[in-house]
Design a protein around this ligand. Structure first.
Ligand SMILES: [Zn+2]
Length: 449
């Protein structure tokens, strides 16, 4: 068997970072110059999906290499950690002597790290602005990096940045980087529908400028958070260089899910299964191992990351033992596989309980409870003709709906038979009486143990 390589691993699992607001993914605003530079030195996957919304299935998938049936985690309302029989990446790496540290997560999200560290300052109302989330994360992380650099064993450091997660209150100059107008300009009605959506109105008002009328201001604050975080991430990279660990560290950048800013009547949040929430960045940098300057098309998923890391390390033995649901992205990158997926199950269990089926051409969505936004039980979009998913064809294309639904149900039946457990989405009932409330209640829900 080939020798297993043991690079250090710096894994950035950013919360709520949508792919298309990074400049390396084509966003016209230059939000991410340092991540762009890293991507140019590594391999970037263009069509990377977080198919299971929201946060708990996102992190479970990216660190277990499994889908929602494999991890049995599909909802924000999960109780307890991932089951013992499913190892996480840090637990696997322990076999090779790795030390693992997680910053910004806890055992409720992902078990198995040697150490967990929190960082303050991710939540706050308008009066507490600015929030300095990434600087707070760096303050906790720098001493850990210094300490890890001194130990003989290889290490894995996992960081969960919260900057693109609401509230979007970046410090200067990032709050003004992409906006020079008047956020409270009289006559601008663009925030009317935002505040008309009662379940979110109180929370959103609590961290926005009083009297705000212009949605573009809020979108610019999201972009400002990304740019601020990008600059702080560069400080992490500089630290790695200073510690002499830049070349022998595999850096992975991804997100647990994207963010919907103003589309589909969903405001500054990450629920639903429309493209802004499903598509996330996926970037690998490890000089001499992850090919430099490559951009790869074809659908891949968060659950592909663990097998892809193990593949780069040459640890196929672990992959064979684990039988992951995901698969390595490197055969796709080398052109040896046409694609990792031609179609996939998508789920959401945040404010709505839904599942669906996405192919290259179509997206089918089925609500398992009455829709939070009053949308119909079934939606169908042609992603080629209507990439913005604005025309619901469910009534016009009944046969397509039927075919996609059949394929979705067959996949669910196959996976539940394989795991011997029921479909995890059936364990939850959400109802329509949900609302976020204040910043304090939002924080409590997000950090629920
Ligand atoms: Zn999240």
């Amino acid at each position: 068997m080939a020798k297993v390589l043991k690079p250090n691993i710096l894994f950035l699992g950013i919360d709520s970072l949508r792919r298309d607001h990074l400049s390396c993914y084509g966003y016209p605003r230059r939000t991410s110059p340092y991540i762009d530079q890293l991507a140019a030195e590594g391999t970037l996957f263009e069509d990377s999906f977080s198919p299971h919304i929201p946060t708990p299935p996102g992190y479970a998938g990216m660190l277990c290499g499994r889908d929602v049936f494999g991890t049995d985690r599909v909802s924000l309302r999960e109780k307890g950690p991932i089951m013992d029989s499913i190892p996480t990446l840090p637990e696997m790496l322990r076999e090779l002597g790795y030390r693992s540290v997680g910053v910004g997560l806890d055992t409720w999200l992902v078990k198995g790290f040697d150490e967990y560290h929190g960082f303050p300052g991710s939540w706050g109302p308008w009066e507490d602005r600015p929030l300095r989330k990434a600087e707070e994360l760096n303050k906790v992380t720098f001493p850990i990096m210094d300490r890890l650099a001194k130990v003989k064993e290889p290490w894995m450091l996992f960081l969960r940045h919260m900057d693109p997660h609401a509230p979007y209150l970046p410090p200067a100059p990032y709050d003004g980087l992409f906006y020079q107008g008047d956020p409270c300009a009289p006559g601008n009605r663009s925030m009317d529908p935002v505040f008309a959506f009662k379940p979110f109105a109180e929370f959103l008002k609590s961290w926005m400028p009083p009297g705000i009328t212009d949605k573009e201001y809020v979108i610019a604050q999201y972009d400002g958070e990304v740019a601020y975080m990008d600059a702080c991430i560069q400080q992490l990279f500089e630290r790695l260089r200073a510690l002499g660990q830049w070349e022998n560290t595999l850096i992975v950048i991804t997100a647990d899910h994207g963010e919907t800013l103003y589309d589909h009547g969903i405001f500054f949040d990450h629920h639903s299964m429309y493209e802004p929430t499903l598509l996330v960045p996926m970037i690998y940098r490890w000089p001499g191992h992850a090919p430099a300057g490559k951009r790869v098309r074809g659908m891949v998923q968060l659950m592909d990351i663990v097998p892809s890391i193990l593949d780069l390390m040459g640890w196929q033995d672990m992959t064979a033992r684990q039988k992951f649901d995901g698969k390595s992205v490197w055969p796709l990158q080398r052109g040896e596989a046409p694609e990792n997926y031609a179609e996939m199950l998508i789920t959401e269990c945040t404010w709505m309980r839904k599942h669906g089926w996405r192919t290259h051409e179509w997206k089918f969505i089925e609500a398992l409870e009455p829709d939070f936004h009053g949308l119909p039980k079934r939606e169908l979009y042609n992603l080629i003709n209507d990439p913005g998913e604005s025309v619901n064809l469910a009534d016009a294309e009944v046969d397509v709906c039927r075919l996609l639904r059949k394929r979705m149900l067959a996949h669910i039946a196959k996976r539940t038979a394989e795991t011997g457990r029921p479909d995890p989405i059936e364990r939850f009932k959400l109802g329509l009486g949900l609302s976020i409330g204040s910043v304090a209640t939002a924080k409590k829900l997000q950090e629920k143990k």
